[in-house]
Design a protein around this ligand. Structure first.
Ligand SMILES: NC(=O)c1ccc[n+]([C@@H]2O[C@H](COP(=O)([O-])OP(=O)(O)OC[C@H]3O[C@@H](n4cnc5c(N)ncnc54)[C@H](O)[C@@H]3O)[C@@H](O)[C@H]2O)c1
Ligand SMILES: O=C(O)CC[C@@H](O)C(=O)O
Length: 412
């Protein structure tokens, strides 16, 4: 892979927020990116705007909101890395229209979340949160009342994707009956069975666990009506996104006994960093396991995520490859040893490609290879050429003048 980019690597500013793993910092440094700034929390809006205005690459986790307004301040930004699974915190359309690919780590913390969820199902079925709270207060409640094995009980999984399927496989190995609901037709693993819709799943499950992404359809999808359809005293686990569950309705159901216990890892509003207070209507309820959005926070997962997302960002910055970008035309590129590489990101409208090619023929620069992928709104064309740096710079300047151009870069 070429070690040089049009902008000298030592000048490329990498901004990493929310305490992403040191493996990411190390990856950037090993690849020649010396300007890596790491913050251990998310930044307040003003500071974020200021920092992102100077950054070429930004890495975040789930807390930092990169909306259209913030992205409009990011004039130098070439790529965003979400060092997590969820990408709902980024306005993906706005990023695409600004010519900024967004990468994530779609699987690296799957197992960590699944293990926690299954452990929580056992804890909830045994009434451990209440017993633990009583013991901490000096109480003693040695009783089997309300305490059950998970073996033979029904686990209902809402969202049967990477995490949901893993949860199902582990739960089944403990003897649980697994049913699931998904908006897509999903191949069931093991003996898991698809439920006859969400209501059917709610009516049959002893424990319901949510593993959907945050979308407009899932925001608020679990409210008083869904809770009322659950078996009385059944349990709820939410390690997906805080906005999926109506937290006030959940608090009311936990107090009334409609829900026997809950484990909640994600909240509609989460503190910015570890020094900030956590406020929730669930605080103080003995029958709830509260965790600070750490479903995917194991050292194994975070180290792998650091390596995976940093590698994708470095590959894009060094080579132009957008493979596995979540919002962008995906182009897998060979190395370009011996040739210069020009990147042209443009609005997908008729005539752009012919104007791009016209620039090369007008300036007498021979094209060695060309790679094009388009999305409905954005096109990404990569052109390898044999040319001097001066010729390439001239071509890049001409390409930048083509109407609809969003970004151009040269990789040496
Ligand atoms: N607590 C944590 O630390 C943590 C860690 C990782 C992921 N997450 C969250 O978990 C989510 C799921 O992760 P994943 O890797 O399994 O994602 P995934 O994309 O593999 O699976 C999500 C599944 O939900 C389904 N789905 C979407 N909308 C639905 C709806 N309205 N009703 C039913 N099903 C629906 C999808 O079809 C898909 O099968 C992530 O998007 C992220 O928000 C949380
Ligand atoms: O690390 C985080 O902040 C988010 C973890 C999790 O919610 C994810 O989306 O992967």
């Amino acid at each position: 892979m070429s070690a040089q980019t049009s902008y000298p690597k030592p000048d490329i500013r990498v901004l990493l927020l929310e305490g992403v793993s040191p493996t990411a910092v190390e990856s950037f440094r090993n690849a020649g990116y010396s300007q890596v700034q790491l913050y251990d929390k998310s930044l307040p809006p003003e500071k974020l705007r200021e920092e992102i205005a100077a950054a070429h690459i930004v890495g975040i986790r789930s807390r930092t909101q990169l909306d259209a307004d913030v992205l409009s301040h990011a004039r130098r930004l070439i790529a965003v890395g979400c060092f997590c699974i969820g990408t709902n915190q980024v306005d993906l359309d706005a990023a695409e229209l600004a010519g900024i690919p967004v990468f994530n780590a779609p699987y690296s913390n799957t197992r960590s979340v699944a293990e926690l969820v299954v452990a929580e199902a056992i804890m909830l079925m045994r009434g451990i949160p209440q017993k633990n709270a009583q013991c901490h207060r000096g109480g003693w409640s040695k009783s089997a009342a309300g305490s059950h094995e998970v073996r033979g009980k029904t686990l209902g999984i809402v969202g049967y994707g990477h995490i949901g399927t893993q949860v199902g496989v582990i739960a089944e190995s403990l003897g649980m009956q697994v049913i699931f609901h998904d908006i897509e037709t999903k191949l069931s693993l093991g003996n898991a069975r698809t439920a006859g819709g969400l209501d059917d799943l709610l009516a049959r499950s002893d424990v319901v666990t949510l593993h959907v992404p945050e979308t407009t359809a899932t925001q608020g999808m679990f409210g008083a009506a869904q809770i009322a359809r659950m078996k009385r005293g059944a349990h709820l686990i939410n390690a997906s996104r805080g906005t999926v569950v109506d937290i006030d309705a959940l608090a009311a159901a936990l107090k009334s006994g409609q829900i026997g216990g809950a484990a909640v890892d994600v909240f509609p509003v989460e503190p910015q960093g570890n020094a900030d207070p956590f406020v929730s209507p669930l605080v103080g309820l003995d029958n709830v396991i509260l965790t600070p959005h750490i479903g995917g926070s194991t050292l194994e997962a975070q180290d792998n995520i650091g390596l995976e997302v940093a590698a994708k960002l470095i590959r894009y910055s060094d080579n132009g490859s957008t493979l596995s970008a979540v919002n962008f035309p995906e182009v897998t590129l060979p190395e370009h040893t011996g040739s210069l590489r020009l990147l042209h990101i443009h609005r997908n409208m008729p005539g752009v490609l012919s104007q791009v090619n016209d620039v090369f023929s007008r300036l007498g620069v021979n094209i060695d290879g060309q790679f094009l992928r388009t999305h409905p709104k954005v096109g990404y064309v990569v052109i390898d050429v044999t040319a001097t740096h001066e010729q390439a710079t001239q071509v890049r300047d001409e390409l930048a003048r083509i109407p609809g151009t969003l970004r151009t870069r040269i990789l040496y």
